[in-house]
Write a protein that binds this ligand. Structure first.
Ligand code: LCS
Length: 394
């Protein structure tokens, strides 16, 4: 077919990363092997010296992993992808590839709890300082920049507050200061938001979420914008070792084929669920990027083509009413993770963001009563009926 990079995203999700295979197979084979045989000693030595294009060892390269990496690099409009064992492995590897002792990071304050904790513990132990700021406020981003700021790290929409940040404007601030912009695009995904087109240098995903979409894989990926960034990132990942395996890569690549359909349906459902919640007398507030009541609605309209599947809200009865709701839903599963075919509900303050501690959560405006819902692809009437029944008990 024509250049896959020029095709529409729906076409890319189906065909990117797919090549020609033995027997005319239309799906990449699973090369479930840790190592690859050399023809002779000279051949092995050549491959280790970077001469020739063969495979050596799966931590370094594997054809099944590469097929998935190539597909997601196409979807995100980046040069190359690097499959990792989890989203956290991807984030850690990206930091290790871009930072050294004495450097400083400006990060969104509303990020996945362990990302914040990684910055404040592991990275801090290695001499890297970080400032957590409200990245929806461009003045706050500019004010936080220091001469040694090397990375600006943004989650938009942020987990779990769904605060949105203007990626083009932040890319400008970062680049003027000689820093790279790393964007965690897990919440929105490439069908609805492509950060590299908006100026990001590196994109991160937890593949555990919508890209795989079926709650049966833990994985992550780093996408680098430019080809010349890739060798250093690949060496760093190879040294740290947090790679994904061939079978999980195969599952992610399989999940990608329905990505556009899944996120479009989930997003359509989420808008209806968010509107239902917003109109419900027992709900205090709702944050959904596709609702005009969202404080950064305009930013979302500018850089995203849909509202996504994530909603956060708080009941008028606060935390206790929220717990009653979560204990009484049946269709939405009380579980962490997000972006899959099934609706999932959870309580960030005691679950995904517990590790941050109360002080960091308060700074990031993650209230104790905040309930997070990841809307799936079930029939929206059933999702709403389940929530309505549980709300009767609150
Ligand atoms: N980035 C974001 C935005 C996330 O939401 C998560 C996980 C990660 C990175 C880390 O990915 P992992 O290592 O788990 O593959 N978020 C989760 C959440 O909100 N609930 O459970 C996991």
């Amino acid at each position: 077919m024509k250049d896959i990079r020029k095709a529409a995203i729906e076409t890319q999700t189906v065909h990117a990363g797919i090549g020609e295979y033995e027997f005319g197979a239309v799906v990449p084979p699973i090369y479930q092997t840790s190592t690859f045989k050399f023809e002779n000693v000279a051949h092995g030595a050549d491959l280790f010296a970077g001469r020739g294009d063969g495979y050596i060892y799966t931590r370094m390269r594997n054809p099944t992993i590469e097929a998935m990496e190539d597909a997601i690099a196409v979807l995100e409009g980046g040069a190359k992808g690097l499959g990792c064992g989890s989203g956290m492995a991807a984030i850690h590897t990206a930091f290790a590839a871009t930072l050294k002792a004495g450097d400083h990071v400006v990060s969104s304050e509303s990020v996945y709890g362990p990302t914040s904790t990684l910055l404040k513990t592991v990275m801090s132990n290695f001499g890297i300082e970080s400032s957590m700021v409200d990245t929806s406020d461009l003045d706050a981003v500019s004010a936080a920049m220091r001469p040694n700021t090397r990375v600006v790290y943004v989650e938009t929409p942020g987990n779990p507050t769904l605060v949105m940040s203007d990626l083009r404007a932040i890319a400008d601030i970062a680049h003027k200061a000689g820093a790279v912009l790393i964007v965690d695009n897990t919440f929105m995904g490439p069908v609805m938001q492509r950060p590299i087109e908006l100026g990001a240098d590196v994109v991160i995903h937890s593949l555990t979420k919508s890209l795989n979409g079926h709650a049966d894989v833990v994985g992550g990926i780093i996408i680098v914008k430019d080809e010349d960034m890739y060798p250093h990132f690949r060496k760093t990942l190879n040294q740290i070792g947090g790679v994904i395996d061939p079978f999980n890569s195969f599952l992610v690549h399989r999940g990608l084929k329905t990505l556009a359909l899944r996120v479009e349906r989930a997003s359509e459902n989420a808008l209806k669920v968010a509107s239902f919640l917003e109109a419900h007398p027992k709900i205090d507030w709702v944050r959904y990027p596709g609702l005009p009541s969202h404080p950064q609605y305009e930013i979302g309209q500018k850089q995203m083509s849909g509202g996504g599947m994530m909603i956060s809200f708080e009941l008028s009865g606060g935390i206790e009413a929220g717990k009653t709701l979560m204990d009484n839903v049946h269709l939405s599963l009380l579980a962490v993770s997000l972006g899959g075919v099934e609706s999932l509900i959870q309580h960030p303050a005691s679950m995904t963001h517990a590790s941050m501690g109360k002080e960091q959560r308060e700074q990031a405006k993650i209230t104790d009563g905040l309930v997070r819902l990841s809307v799936g692809i079930e029939h929206v009437d059933d999702i709403i009926e389940d929530l309505a029944d549980a709300l009767e008990k609150c």
